[in-house]
Write a protein that binds this ligand. Structure first.
Ligand code: ADP
Ligand code: MG
Length: 195
């Protein structure tokens, strides 16, 4: 961990009280630091190590916030602006350009040799410049998942899955063939559960 972050570690609690909470999830709370970076304080050291391992491995990749270090149950990483894909789609809709950006993100998971080639809608952020970033990567190198299962569930809920798959079919026929049956099966399964 770099020297400049020592002050946050030494006077951790008092400093954090003055920081804005950016959000909280099942694993921790994320605060905005005065220098514009963020600190994620995890509820367990294990989940912190797991997430840090992934972010450190992909450090410098344009789709992920840079990490600067971790200590115990917390890590410092870059702030990601914009709004999550789910809220973005609800507000501004979904088009071909955005569909292709999501495809490129999933192709990046292949390049990074993730064993889990999946992501939740709420963990993709659309930044003000239109680029995408993943905020909360989990189990990318431990879980086996060869198609975007969570993502397709989210897209189905938003009513954009069929359109997304049309774009995939036209632009990436190979990917389409890899995903199509698995996605169809999975969507059928979850819709039967809902009945
Ligand atoms: N790098 C970041 N920049 C801006 N906001 C963030 C960042 N990381 C997380 N957040 C916000 O904090 C919330 C919780 O963080 P997240 O990493 O998803 O925690 P958890 O692992 O508990 O789900 C996110 O939903 C998001 O709103
Ligand atoms: Mg989360």
């Amino acid at each position: 961990m770099k020297h400049i972050y020592k002050k946050y570690i030494e006077h951790f609690n008092t400093n954090l009280l003055q920081c804005m909470v950016l959000g909280r999830g099942h694993n921790g709370v994320v605060y905005l630091l005065p220098d514009g970076k963020v600190i994620k304080v995890c509820f367990s050291e294990e989940s912190c190590r797991g997430e840090y391992y992934i972010l450190n491995k992909v450090n410098g990749n344009k789709y992920f916030p840079k990490v600067y270090g971790m200590n115990g149950n917390y890590m410092i990483r870059d702030y990601v602006g914009g709004i999550c894909l789910r809220d973005y789609v609800k507000e501004y809709g979904f088009d071909r350009e955005l569909a292709l950006k999501v495809v490129s993100l999933l192709e990046e998971f292949d390049k990074l040799k993730f064993t889990k080639r999946d992501i939740r809608c709420k963990d993709i952020f659309v930044q003000p410049d239109g680029t995408l970033k993943v905020i909360d990567p989990k189990k990318c190198y431990s879980k086996e998942r060869d198609f975007p299962r969570h993502l397709s569930k989210g897209f189905e809920k938003l009513g954009i899955l069929d359109y997304f798959m049309e774009v995939v079919k036209e632009k990436r026929p190979k990917l389409y063939r890899r995903w199509f049956r698995k996605i169809r099966e999975y969507i059928r399964e979850i819709s039967e559960e809902d009945d």
